[in-house]
Write a protein that binds this ligand. Structure first.
Ligand code: NAD
Length: 251
């Protein structure tokens, strides 16, 4: 990909103030795109990125922010649905309110932004949506019932949307990150009794021996959003250091 590959293109990145979303917004901008971040708290987002506050659980806020961003940027070519929250526990550990909250952000959040963005994406040649899913969508991770169900829905939604919009020239794909070194994972590690030991154990569980970087997930998202991926729709690209696919023998 060249520094000008996305020149003249415009992009929206939800949850773009931190972690994977921030790295993605910065990379898309570095490739020449005009980028607006939508986030609960966009106060840390600085130029060349544009930023607007929007909670993806609020349909009115989403519609207003998407319309204003599209107006400001002069159209929309790329939507990155990245905003998401985590949850730990088995089905017995999370009550209905917690289930509704996580599904509201992780699944309905994508529905709301996509609904608001699709008329604009359709109006351009080569519109693209990339959803941030997770290996939790297909892996059967312990203590992640709610989070996994939400990401399973993101995967199914990605495939269904890809089918619905392929003839309209809009591609829809997702990335499935493994364990990514973002502020989110930092918060989880900090909550452990010995964060350094927990980090070492987490790294040791990765086939590559290290966590995935936000920049590596951003690179995959930028590829799927770019014209180079023009024949790719309805796919999930793993960026997980081999977590999903490899079965290593114990050393
Ligand atoms: P992060 O917490 O660093 O960043 C998430 C961003 O989303 C924050 O800026 C936050 O303000 C924003 N956000 C949260 N709720 C929002 C809402 N209701 N409306 C608008 N913005 C909201 O997290 P991250 O690790 O960069 O995760 C980003 C995405 O990647 C999530 O969808 C997550 O499920 C997915 N993911 C992360 C990992 C990982 O290991 N970090 C692995 C797989 C998938």
């Amino acid at each position: 990909m060249t520094a000008t590959e996305l020149a003249g293109r415009t992009a929206l990145v939800t949850g773009g103030a931190s972690g994977i979303g921030r790295a993605t917004a910065e990379l898309l901008a570095a490739r020449g795109a005009l980028v607006t971040v939508l986030d609960l708290d966009p106060s840390t987002v600085t130029g060349p990125l544009l930023a607007r506050r929007a909670d993806v659980t609020d349909d009115t806020e989403v519609r207003t922010a998407v319309a204003a961003a599209v107006e400001e940027m002069g159209g929309l070519d790329i939507l990155v649905n990245n905003a998401g929250i985590g949850a730990q526990g088995t089905v017995e550990d999370n009550d209905d309110t917690q289930w509704q909250r996580v599904l509201d952000v992780n699944v309905l959040g994508i529905v709301r932004t996509s609904r608001a963005a699709l008329p604009h994406l359709r109006a351009r040649a080569g519109g693209a949506i990339v959803n941030t899913c997770s290996i939790a969508a297909t892996a059967g991770l312990p203590q992640r019932a709610l989070y996994s169900a939400s990401k399973g829905a993101v995967l199914s939604l990605t495939l269904a949307m890809a089918a619905d919009h392929v003839r309209e020239g809009v591609r829809v794909n997702c990335v499935n990150p493994g364990t990514v070194d973002t502020p989110w994972v930092g918060r989880l590690l900090d909550a452990a009794p010995d964060p350094a030991a927990e980090r070492a154990a987490l790294q040791a569980r990765q086939p590559t021996g290290r966590l995935v970087t936000a920049a590596e997930v951003a690179a995959a998202i930028a590829y799927l959003a770019s014209p180079a991926a023009g024949a790719t729709t309805g796919t999930a690209l793993a960026v997980d250091g081999g977590m999903q696919g490899l079965r290593l023998r114990p050393e």
